[in-house]
Design a protein around this ligand. Structure first.
Ligand SMILES: [Ca+2]
Ligand SMILES: [Ca+2]
Length: 450
């Protein structure tokens, strides 16, 4: 009995102790969202010394914050139900495991929680002013603006922009994760995030037809799956609450995936999603110039991207519907020799020596095959098979009735864009019968062939 009593007391002690020393993100009820909340900004610091237990800091107490290290601020957006962002803990953990840094969660849930979006949006400049006061104190303690990084989600992206503008763009970096569109669309640069707000600004746009911002806002703007809608997200209201936020939130999950070491999400600089799908974006993926990657490591391309005039690049790519999201891009170069022009699409399947297979239906606009001309088709696979043993091709003109056509191929070549250093695979003199699978073993292409 005494032991039981002791155990209960001990448990209570531990619990109350944890509650006192480990502050958590403000959690509010839907009732608060209905009545609205006044602005309150709490700064929660996580470092290697306190990875799971936050310290509340402010301009008079910097706690464990080491001013000689990088400091990453995470700024959330509109909270229409008062709940805490579900991804916050994962993002803090992933950042701390990527680099020895200070992570500051900017909790402005009191302020962001309201059912009226305009009320939350109207508080963004005030949040920025409060953050500036804090950063000024960090600078007074010896921190450098170069080492300040802000990750802003939705309204948080514009807050980051406002802070950056107050420092004349001298902040190290801002990452905007689906910056908010409503009330910000079409606004001048001083009223939204823009490339002059930091030394490097990278943006992921994942819901440009609803909650996100469509136009480019950074030095590089990533448009996953074209930016409008994301695979795996409900496309109708019957998908429940997910229908409203899944596309918007995907930007955060893509960024998170970049911090996990499963695979890199490669993006292709391009004028439009359509051109990307049609294989027209070939400026990278060569041994001389690698393609930019999305997320935490995007700043490795900073110097290259900032050389451009204006220093803004749009980049497109497709993703899988769930983690780790990456797809492996290849170019399939085909030189045909049919006397007449053929239009059609190709399905390509790779099999490796262990029998693993991966398939890509090249489902953009039908390609036009013209005698002795090379057509470059973009193929996207879910798996990256290194040791390809056989390739299967199916040619289709898409017509169900009428004559069956043949595609006469002089040379087909497969080259990886993610690993341009890998040997290219070739095959010569093939005839594809429409809708019939042709399987062959590729050979290594002769070197120095373009
Ligand atoms: Ca701005
Ligand atoms: Ca959408």
């Amino acid at each position: 009995m005494l032991r039981l009593f002791l155990l209960i007391s001990l448990t209570c002690l531990v619990r109350s102790d944890a509650a006192e020393t480990c502050p958590s993100f403000t959690r509010l009820s839907f009732h608060s969202a209905v009545v609205g909340t006044g602005l309150q900004v709490r700064l929660m610091l996580y470092t290697k010394r306190n990875q799971t237990c936050a310290q509340i800091i402010n301009s008079t107490t910097l706690g464990n914050l080491n001013v000689t290290k990088k400091t990453t601020f995470i700024i959330h957006g509109f909270r229409p139900t008062g709940s805490a962002p579900v991804w916050m803990g994962d993002l803090v953990e992933a950042l701390l495991s990527a680099e020895h840094m200070n992570v500051v969660v900017v909790d402005w849930n009191r302020g962001a929680t309201t059912v009226i979006y305009t009320h939350a949006a109207n508080k963004t400049k005030k949040v920025a002013i409060i953050l500036k006061e804090f950063i000024d104190q960090m600078l007074a303690e010896g921190a450098s603006l170069d080492n300040i990084y802000m990750i802003g989600v939705s309204l948080g992206a514009h807050i980051s922009g406002f802070v950056g503008e107050m420092y004349d763009g001298q902040l190290g970096r801002i990452t905007g994760l689906d910056p908010a569109g409503p009330l910000f669309n079409g606004r001048p640069p001083q009223d939204r995030l823009d490339p002059s707000d930091a030394q490097f600004v990278d943006v992921i746009h994942s819901d440009t037809d609803a909650l996100g911002y469509k136009e480019p806002l950074g030095n590089i703007d990533f448009y996953p799956n074209g930016g409008l809608d994301q695979p795996g997200c409900p496309q109708t209201i019957f998908g429940g609450i997910k229908y409203f936020k899944c596309d918007h939130q995907r930007s955060v999950y893509l960024y998170l995936a970049s911090l996990r070491e499963d695979c890199e999400i490669t993006a292709y600089p391009c004028d439009s999603y359509r051109d990307y799908r049609n294989g027209k974006c070939t400026s990278c993926g060569t041994p001389e110039q690698s393609c930019p990657v999305l997320g935490y490591y995007a700043d490795n391309w900073k110097d290259y991207l900032k050389q451009k005039d204006p220093p803004m690049t749009k980049a497109f790519f497709d993703t899988a519907e769930k983690e780790p999201f990456c797809m492996y891009h290849y170019f399939v170069d085909i030189i045909s020799w049919n006397k007449n022009i053929r239009r059609g699409s190709i399905t390509i399947k790779l099999r490796d020596r262990d029998g693993n297979t991966t398939e890509s239906k090249i489902d953009h606009e039908p390609a036009t095959f013209q005698k002795y001309h090379q057509v470059s088709l973009l193929a996207r696979f879910n798996q990256d098979l290194d040791k390809v043993a056989t390739i299967s091709l199916v040619f289709s003109t898409g017509s169900v009735i009428g004559p069956k056509y043949k595609l006469r191929i002089l040379r087909i070549r497969l080259r990886s864009l993610v690993h341009p250093e890998r040997p290219q695979l070739c095959r010569y003199d093939l005839v594809l019968m429409e809708n019939v699978q042709t399987v062959f073993k590729p050979i290594l292409c002769p070197k120095l062939q373009m």
